[in-house]
Structure formats: structure tokens, C-alpha cells
Design a binder for this molecule. Sequence first.
Ligand code: SAH
Length: 423
Amino acid sequence: MSTNPYPLGLRLAGRRVVVVGGGAVATRRVPALLDAGADVFLVAPELTPALHGHVDAGRLHWERRRFLPDDLDGAWLVQVAVDDPVAAASVSAAAAERRIFCVRADDRAAATAWTPAVTRHGPVTVAVLGGGDPRRAMTVRDEVRALLATRGPGEGGTAPAGATRPAGAGRASDPAAGGGRVALVGAGPGDPELITVKGWRLLTEADVVVADRLVPGLLLDELRSDVELVDASKIPYGPARAQEEINRILVDRALAGRVVVRLKGGDPYVFGRGGEELLACAEAGVPVTVVPGVTSSIAAPAAAGIPVTHRAVAHEFTVVSGHVAPDSPASLVRWDALAGLRGTLVILMGLKNLAAIAAVLVAHGRPADTPVAVVQEATTGAQRQLRSTLGAVAADVLAAGLRPPAVVVVGDVVDALAAGFPG
Ligand code: SAH
């Protein structure tokens, strides 16, 4: 008789799944069951803190006791996550009697179902069974995960590199909208590895990528050759018209059924005009999602060894744009009020107005000897930084020739880790 397993994707939404056991194995198994929408019924005398968390949040039902055969009434599947072979066998027997598939963490041979090693890429789930060897399954799963991370789950396995394909092909996109949609994706501060997993997946699925000047070039290097790349920094109008033009490109391409990624430096909503783009898509009826990014306001200080908060040093950090001069009628920033704060001040787009910003902070009470750091092109190979004080930083930046993009960090956190970075 063949012992080959028969693969299935169980659709568990709203269906009862019984989990027996409240230890480490159950803790690992429960999240995927909840993710599948299963009605999880957990039987165990004790729970791990993580499982308690699910119970407290009302995500599953817990019976605080040992297993009883009647627990399986109405169940579609049972997961046995106990070490005791006698207890596990009694669950198996009750499950077999009721013709319910039974997964056993303790004994693969006694189980009637096996859980595969899994990797998920948006709508695509890859499940690997290792022929009785879970380590082999995990190795294969890791290889598939690495492959999909670079190529995207929509790519055919046999197509030659650079092959073209129809827009929206090969992936489960939104059929109601003809597949066209926009994702506003944060690309992170500069290091191409600092994009999120989700952002990267969407990038590998895109037909059109509209990229900012600050987007790491290496991310764009890896796009398929059939992807239309629009360089938003080359749009030849003033800033206001250029934004309208970007909005138009996003909407037009999506309405034509294409999958558009609007790739933005850092986080899309931190001085990134992501909100305007979202509204433009929404007004045109284009499905639009936002994928947050690692913002330079936190990452640039971190890359220079500066934590934006530190115990007993700073209990707050404020992120502010310095692109409008403090004395300009167009300024929306209360620099006088910021000067009264004790915590960390992170200034983006602040180099041009740095002398005026430092002066207004000192004039309103921030001490002139407050430590300041300036970090240029953080997290890239070209990163440069200097440390100074509020009183001296403008002159020091000029002397050192630091240029945008740069982040200015003001506050005692600048020195907080100095002991950890000798020299
Ligand atoms: N949305 C972006 C910020 C856009 S405003 C984010 O969340 O990071 C542009 C400003 O961000 C630049 O003028 C600079 O102040 C800062 N910036 C972006 N990337 C940077 C980097 N790698 N190093 C230093 N500053 C950076």
C-alpha cells in the first residue's frame, strides 16, 4: 500500500479545529490555524503566555482540563500537541472513531495527517512535505522561499529571464478591478536590504514602478526587464505640477489594468506626500494600499549609533521638517515650543536652514552645548556623519561639506551610546 501523502489546502474558516496541549508545539501551531480563520478549541490544563494572550484577546476557546473524547464532536481536524504518548494515543483513537484527521506532533507514524513546512508570499502558499523527514522539508521550503523572494510568486518557473508577459499575469490579483491597483511602498532609508518583506514582494510583482530620487538604486537594478520604470525625480515641472503628474501616472496605469508600485524613500507618509497619492487613487476608484517603510528619521540616527530614545536620557522624540525657514510665514512648526522640549529632536530636510534652526532653538532656551549629530546618506556605502553642538553645528556642517540627504539629531541621545563606541 502506498504511504504517499495526498496534499490538500484545508479551508478552515469558521470550522472547529481542536488543539490538545498548551505548550511549545501548540504555541507554534495555533497562529496558522487562527490565520486560516479556524474556530480553535484548545484543551489543556496549562498554557504558555503566548497562548494565554490569544485566549485573553478572545481569539480562541480554552478548556482548562485534560482531553475528553467528546471534545472532538463537531471538529473537522485535531492537532495533538502533547508529549505523553498514552494521552496522544487516546486522542488519535477518538479521532479515528469519528473519521477526523489527526496531526500528531509526537508520532508521525501514528498521525493521519502531516503538517508541511510552509512559506507564504501574498496569495501564494507553498507547502512542503519531506517524505517523513521534517528537516528535509524545511530545507526545501527555505530554498523555495529564497527563490520566491528574488523572483516573486507570480513568475513562471520555466520562462526565460526577461521574458515578457501580459500585465497582471500569473498572480491572483483583484479580478473585480481588472487587476489594476497601486501600492505605495516605503523603500527604507537607503540600504536595499531595509525594504520590508511585503514591499519587496510587491516590487517583484509590479508591472510599473514609479520611483523617487531617494529610492535605493540597487532595488531598481533587480527589477525584471519588462517592468516600466518611471523616474519621478525626472518629471520636468515644478513640484506642484510634478506631483499632479505622478498622481496621473499612478491612476492611468492602474486603470489600464497594471499593477503599480509607487516606491518612496523611507516611509511613504513621513514627508513623502503619500497621503496625496492615496487620495488621488481613491478618488479615481483605484484600489490602493500602503506598505510602511523604515523611515530615515529613526534609521539614520541608528546607523550613526544613536538611539532616538534611551532609558533615563530621552522619553520622547519629535520628527520635524526643516525645509521651511523658521521665520517664514509659511512655517507650520512651533520652533519656540520645540526648544522647550527635553527629548530628542530629529530634523529632516534641515541642512539649508540649519543655522536659522539652531539659532531659534537656542534663542528659545535649548542650551547651545546640546549635542547634535548630522548623518548624511545613512545606511548606504556613502554614509558620512559628524558630531557637534547646537551652537557650532551649522559652521561644522559647512566646514565638513556635508550635503543632503541628511538627518540632524538634537539631544543627549547623541552621546548616549558613546561608551559603546570607543574612539
Ligand atoms: N519619507 C522619507 C523622508 C522624505 S523627506 C523617510 O521616511 O525617510 C527627505 C529627507 O529625508 C531628506 O532630506 C533627509 O533629511 C532624509 N533622508 C532620507 N533618506 C536619508 C538617508 N539615507 N540619510 C539621511 N537622511 C535621509
